[in-house]
Design a protein around this ligand. Structure first.
Ligand code: CU
Length: 311
């Protein structure tokens, strides 16, 4: 049987189809423009970030947040459009009798539209993803603060350095111990460069509020990233790479203070004060406020289970 769509159609009808395709394309373009405008608004906050964490404290985390919100709005716009078409087709072309409806094939404007539109959408998403990723990974020539992060089983050491790279010198240091959570003091509004090394196995430096984490490798690899913290406060930091028995207790605290306070803190450290005394000197809590030193919970009693059969 020959489908009815292969019959010759009147020119006027083809013309109206073409203009309809043009209108659809126009709608797509105005949708894209609208999206760009919406991305700048606070739509995300209204919808609780569409699932994205709302507590980012750096300029970099804001960029990632904006990308997520814009991408979600774009996805929702496409979704609403497609759902609309589906329901419209279900109602408009529901079965009305036994006659076969018009079978449309080789509608070039329509085929062109649904090939080009997804390519355009993907290209725009790809472009903005690449821009944001490069922005988050961007390293500056002269960071304001250089911190060397040294990870080891199962704690952290933070070295304040006088420059970049392995050749720079450590001018002050904070070391975490079993009894003391290391507090990493940084200034707000400044570019902070973290250079990471590990003394043993692979760890991962993670402050959830940075919305970012990076692995810390042993050997010659120095993983580097930079952040600009915008909100002062105390934020818990963790190891995010399973590194052994006490991995889950390998915590530290990021303490963001004003640049003035940071300068005073560093001066006190350079003068030989302990991190706790230097924190007290700038009116800060001397110990971590977001997490506690880890308890091994191992004593003779529970390590050697006297009531079990393994005695
Ligand atoms: Cu670890």
């Amino acid at each position: 049987m020959v489908a009815r769509g292969s019959e010759v159609r009147p020119t006027a009808r083809r013309h109206s189809q073409r203009s309809r395709a043009g209108r659809l394309a126009g709608l797509g373009v105005s949708g894209a423009v609208l999206l760009t405008l919406l991305a700048g608004c606070d739509v995300g906050r209204t919808f609780h970030g569409f699932g994205w964490p709302q507590h980012g404290i750096t300029e970099q985390s804001e960029k990632m947040y904006d990308l997520w919100i814009a991408s979600t709005i774009a996805a929702l716009a496409v979704g609403v459009f497609v759902w609309g078409l589906i329901f419209w087709c279900i109602i408009r072309y529901r079965r009305r009798g036994d006659t076969l409806p018009v079978q449309t094939r080789f509608n070039m404007p329509m085929e062109f539209l649904y090939t080009i539109t997804p390519i355009l959408i993907i290209s725009v998403l790809f472009y903005y993803t690449a821009v944001v990723q490069n922005g988050v990974d961007k390293l500056s020539k002269n960071p304001d603060v250089n911190v060397e992060v040294v990870a080891f089983k199962w704690n952290w050491q933070f070295n304040y350095r006088d420059g970049k790279g392995p050749e720079a010198n450590t001018v002050a240091s904070t070391l975490g111990t079993t009894d003391l959570i290391p507090v990493l003091v940084v200034p707000t509004g400044k570019t902070i460069r973290f250079e990471q090394i590990s003394r043993d196995v692979i760890h991962s430096f993670w402050v959830p509020e940075l919305l970012f984490k990076r692995d810390v490798f042993p050997g010659k690899t120095r993983n580097v990233f930079e952040v600009t913290v915008t909100s002062p406060g105390s934020y818990v930091g963790r190891c995010a790479e399973l590194c052994g028995t006490y991995h889950s207790m390998m915590n530290f605290e990021l303490r963001a203070v004003t640049p003035d306070k940071f300068d005073q803190f560093l001066a006190a450290k350079r003068a030989g004060k302990s991190t706790q005394d230097a924190l007290i000197a700038i009116g800060q809590s001397p110990t971590a406020t977001t997490t506690d030193p880890f308890q091994t919970k191992r004593d003779l009693q529970n390590f050697n289970n006297t009531t079990g059969t393994g005695r």
